[in-house]
Design a protein around this ligand. Sequence first.
Ligand code: ASP
Length: 341
Amino acid sequence: MKKPHILLIYTGGTIGMIRDFSSGTLKAFDFDQLLKQIPELNLLDCSIETISFETPEDSSNLNPSHWGMMAQIIEQHYDKADGFVLLHGSDTMAYSASALSFMLQGLTKPVILTGSQLPIGDLRTDAKENLITAIQLAAMRQESVALIQEVCIYFEYKLYRGNRTTKINAEHFEAFASFNHAPLAESGVHLSFNKGLLWRSKNTQLVVRHQMDAPVILIKIFPGLTPAILDHMLSAPEIRGVVLETFGSGNVPNAQEFLAPIERVISRSIPVVNVTQCSGGSVEQGLYETSSSLMHMGVISGGDMTTEAALTKLMYLIGFNETMEGIREQFARSLAGEISL
Ligand code: ASP
């Protein structure tokens, strides 16, 4: 049987950088050269092709146009490659993974994002294990079809559903967590899968949706946020969607002067989605008085979605020109395993 062919896409981030030991700063390095220095890659039972962004970026510089570039590379190589590994900075990896999970509809091949906390050339690097195992996972097949058929993040011995993942640590090698969804696989002496959790798309024809509409705003509610400031943010004329990060199970102050700006933005037919600022758990509008007004005024519950997933799902649906009702319906559904129903 033909060996799986994996496309390795370098978008930027620490993993492909090299440390200038005199100044201590990290600089971009020629990625092709770097791969030649990892002879372990030759031991993998797959063929690897590499491609790099023309200008690799720290992931803090990425925006929806870069997600479009990633999706386009995957689309262009979709027939030829059996799996895709994106090397990506960890800072906004969960946003890119979430966005790609909506943009790549009908995906039946693995798209695994990985990166590292230390550059690949550092003595104590976490990059090698992340890179090698991500490629191995992308090459895995069962009865000659890809075992993983969704967008994932692989980091520090765990494979997560990408749109369930959040960066939680800037220091530890274990930089990601998926609080509301168990990992899809863990790497120990063996690679052990939670096979019942693997996503399978209903449509099996890849359709890439490039339109992501960016004029959305994310507002974290905090004690002391004044109604005037909230009103000012929500009155911005360019806004087309709002994600509110609320307290606990979806609560905000229930004084009328605080609720009025939210009501006003909804009356402009701008969807407002409610996600919790807690790491785990779900929004349950109506459980407390402090969330029932939101429910009555038509705020959309984001359930147990991560902020990253809610934000990118909203960009995706607005880009599609969905109506407010359409957006509400799609938020009550799982498009790519992003929400527990
Ligand atoms: N600032 C870097 C980035 O996100 C950190 C990393 O590579 O993990 O691109």
